[in-house]
Design a protein around this ligand. Structure first.
Ligand SMILES: [Fe+2]
Ligand SMILES: [Fe+2]
Length: 242
């Protein structure tokens, strides 16, 4: 434990691991072991959601000496083998969260969902008109409800939220304006605030902004690896004292 009682959490998203990238993340795992007490992965662990890709990643993640929790991202769904991906990650001791939670060292609670798109603030897509629009909005509502349930189950005082999509517009700023509504939705922010999360971590917006805040002031961190690499001197992950 850090001297002042804080938890040192490593966070990163958007690894986009490909089948032939054996050992690519070995250095990252080594550094996380040395610098942090736990690791969270905020989705897009694989590039095309393929079994061989997740096997390549899982092989290196078995080298972790700290607990690891993850959520999946849209890319992890592409291959249609999500159950298999979750199973393989589970064998590598990575807890994949989908509306549930993990607790690191009895003191840091992590509530996780993938999240979904739909846009932000006044421009948020509403459930109106065609059934397919309503279904799209419903997916975001469902993810938000799942997050609420996950947070409600957490009994530790210090809770964080892990998701792939962004809950605020500020951390997708920098992305193409036309693309932003597909990178997250404000619907995901309310549960984080209602249950007093100390921080939110997401990815997906590779060209977004590193940090923002929910309307009530909860820090939101975009930990997409391409963004961290670009803006933080080629670093591969961030460490937060929580
Ligand atoms: Fe990504
Ligand atoms: Fe993504």
């Amino acid at each position: 434990m850090a001297a002042n009682g804080t938890f040192r959490l490593a966070a990163v998203a958007d690894l986009h691991c490909r089948q032939d990238q054996h050992g690519r993340f070995r250095e990252l795992v080594k550094m996380v072991n040395g610098e942090a007490e736990g690791l969270v992965l905020a989705g897009d662990l694989t590039d095309h959601g393929l079994v061989d890709e997740v096997k390549t990643l899982a092989e290196v993640l078995t080298g972790l000496r700290v607990p690891c929790a993850a959520v999946l991202g849209n890319h992890d769904f592409e291959g249609g083998v999500v159950k298999e991906i979750v199973r393989i990650l589970g064998e590598a001791k990575v807890t994949v969260l989908d509306g549930d939670h993990a607790v690191f060292d009895h003191r840091l609670g992590i509530a996780g969902v993938k999240g979904f798109a739909g846009g932000f603030d006044k421009a948020m897509l509403q459930a109106f008109g065609e059934p397919v629009i309503k279904a799209f909005v419903q997916e975001a509502v469902n993810e938000s409800l799942k997050l609420e349930a996950a947070l409600a189950q957490l009994e530790v005082e210090k809770k964080i939220v892990l998701m792939h999509y962004a809950p605020i517009a500020d951390t997708v700023a920098g992305e193409d304006l036309q693309l932003r509504p597909y990178l997250g939705t404000t619907r995901l922010a309310a549960p984080c605030e209602a249950f007093g999360a100390v921080a939110v971590f997401h990815g997906h917006a590779h060209h977004g902004t590193l940090e923002g805040k929910t309307p009530k002031g909860i820090p939101v961190y975009n930990v997409a690896m391409p963004l961290i690499r670009k803006l933080m001197d080629d670093k591969r992950f961030r460490v937060f004292e929580l």
